[in-house]
Write a protein that binds this ligand. Structure first.
Ligand code: FAD
Length: 540
């Protein structure tokens, strides 16, 4: 024996006397050392004495007969203080009675009870006891003693509680987020998500949304995806459009992500530094913001085009007026020449009048010509005709909806860009679409449809605008591109200059505009532009 204090000897004697109460048969069934084993009996005693867990042995009524050294360390009670006392001395009296009922019900039925009780340390503070009580039976199976083993788990409980509180806090923060959030493991499996993400699963109709957006991100980022993953660089503002099916509108989402590494908690990884990488993906629905931006953009385009139309209207009116004045002026000039040629004195006065009229007419024409506003030329940039046509369709949306015309928009998915003036090209297509709407409105054809399509071959980009209006008779097809020619009654701003301007814009872009002679169910305008560069841009 290592410790020879009186106190220790007393305890030792207690343990020995308890052990001695148990018959040799019981001791052998409890795996106490058989005689052939080399482990001495005292070693068993020592083991219990020095075990780092509070051990107490009681009689059937929970009177303490023995307690080891660790019992003092855990409870604060000197062993002498508790000998002969009940185990309830340790109780804080805050443990619910049902727990004790369960404890006693279990052990008195010869089973092991394991649970947590709230104990009070001798110094007065509470601690949580992780307690196991085992009944000890004699050779006929009657309970003779109980052995209790407990340890203070207050600190472990505190840290476990802190972790679970922390987890709850994180979960409630994540759940209250207006963005869909999801944690994905390295096998692309969702391991944690929030309410918004769950709502998105049923809302989007794209299977697992996280997998869908991951695919788009990988496609977009290509080789740099692996790089940012390896370097654990975050990403944000990757915006994706989801086409609406049926009545569902188009939606826009913005993705952001961050990686984090978790050290494995598996027992296998205890001595190895095994870790796993996770991606926290945030998906925000930005459809509203996109719509607002689009509305703003359309409004500014509308303002631009209204201003352009105003200037164009003024130009057309003044050019028309100059054209109208020019005709009688030419007649006056012809009359003047005839009179001058005759040289007769009697017409001298008339001749002078004619000369004066002509001079003042020329002054008026000059003044009018000076008032004709110039159209400012916008610079040529790389433009995508699909985008421009799409804008024009949105600008004409209200008119198209009012007239109930069915629009078939068939853009070539990947249309190369060309050099051009966005503004001028917008005016061109707006003019042609307006013409198509006007033509259909005057037609008795039941089918009211405009089809707009784009195409490309080796070095030319094509735009086709078809309508189901009355069409343009073959003898008038070349005239419609002449100034002041119109198939409609003159008046207002319909001064027959629309197609002239359209042709002018096409010419500025080195293209061609024709009316398809083979199209018989209305009018089909074919516009072709040379391909200046071949930068492919996806359809927007
Ligand atoms: P008690 O009157 O002691 O018991 C409450 C209820 O338990 C009773 O209404 C009854 O249903 C049942 N009960 C009590 N004694 C018996 C019995 N002999 N047979 C059948 N049913 C009975 N409690 C702690 O709070 N902390 C401990 O660390 C602790 N360790 C223990 C270790 C051992 C080995 C044993 C056997 C018991 C231990 N107990 C411990 C339980 C303790 O004995 C008390 O039951 C408990 O503390 C409640 O005490 P009480 O005075 O409030 O009620």
């Amino acid at each position: 024996m290592k410790k020879k204090s009186l106190h220790y000897l007393q305890m030792h004697t207690n343990l020995e006397s308890v052990m001695n109460e148990l018959s040799p048969e019981i001791l052998s069934t409890r795996s106490y050392p058989p005689s052939e084993a080399k482990i001495p009996y005292e070693l068993f005693i020592e083991t219990v004495e020095q075990a780092p867990i509070a051990i107490s042995i009681t009689d059937k009524k929970a009177n303490i007969l023995y307690a080891n050294e660790a019992f003092y360390k855990v409870t604060g009670y000197q062993i002498a203080d508790v000998l002969g006392k009940k185990e309830s001395i340790l109780s804080d009296k805050s443990t619910p009675r049902e727990v004790y009922y369960d404890l006693w019900h279990t052990i008195s039925n010869k089973k092991v009870w394991q649970g947590t009780l709230c104990n009070r340390h001798k110094l007065g503070h509470r601690y949580l006891a992780d307690l196991t009580i085992a009944p000890m039976l004699d050779d006929v199976g009657i309970i003779t003693h109980y052995i209790g083993m407990h340890r203070d788990i207050t600190k472990t409980y505190e840290s476990e509680k802190k972790v679970s509180n922390h987890k709850l806090l994180i979960e409630s923060v994540i759940n209250s987020s207006p963005m869909a959030m999801v944690v994905i493991d390295d096998q692309d499996q969702v391991i944690l998500d929030n309410h918004m993400y769950k709502a998105m699963v049923s809302d989007l109709d794209k299977g697992e949304p996280a997998k869908y957006f991951l695919k788009l991100l990988r496609q977009e980022l290509g080789a740099s995806w692996q790089e940012i993953q390896n370097n654990q660089h975050g990403f944000n503002n990757h915006e994706y459009k989801i086409e609406g099916k049926g009545n569902r509108p188009v939606r826009w989402f913005s993705c952001a992500g961050n990686w984090f590494t978790e050290t494995s908690v598996n027992a296998d990884a205890f001595f190895e530094n095994v870790s796993k990488q996770y991606l926290i993906l945030t998906i925000s629905d930005i459809t509203r913001q996109r719509q607002q931006l689009q509305e703003l953009r359309l409004q500014s385009l509308k303002n631009l085009m209204t201003e352009d139309e105003r200037i164009r209207g003024l130009r057309e009116t003044l050019l028309g007026a100059v054209h109208q004045i020019q005709m009688p002026m030419n007649q006056i000039k012809a009359s003047e020449n005839i009179l001058r040629h005759k040289g007769e004195k009697q017409y001298e006065g008339v001749l002078q009048n004619l000369i004066q009229i002509q001079e003042s007419g020329e002054v008026a024409i000059n003044t009018m010509q000076k008032c004709i506003p110039e159209i400012t030329q916008s610079p040529f940039t790389s433009v995508n005709l699909n985008q421009i046509l799409h804008d024009v369709l949105l600008l004409s949306d209200q008119r198209l909806a009012l007239t109930g015309i069915d629009v078939k928009w068939q853009p070539l998915t990947t249309l190369p860009t060309m050099l051009g003036s966005e503004n001028r090209l917008r005016i061109l297509f707006k003019q042609l679409i307006d013409n198509a709407i006007d033509a259909i409105s005057t037609s008795s054809n039941k089918e009211q449809r405009i089809k707009i399509s784009t195409d490309v071959d080796t070095d030319v980009i094509y735009v086709f605008i078809e309508d189901t209006g009355p069409g343009i008779p073959s003898d008038k097809r070349s005239k419609v591109f002449e100034p002041f020619y119109t198939t409609r009654p003159m008046g207002g701003n319909q001064a027959g200059m629309g197609l002239v301007i359209a042709k002018e814009i096409v010419n500025q872009h080195h293209g061609f505009i024709d009316i398809d002679p083979d199209y018989s169910v209305g009018c089909r305008v074919k516009i072709s532009f040379p391909l200046h560069n071949s930068i492919s841009r996806r359809l927007v």
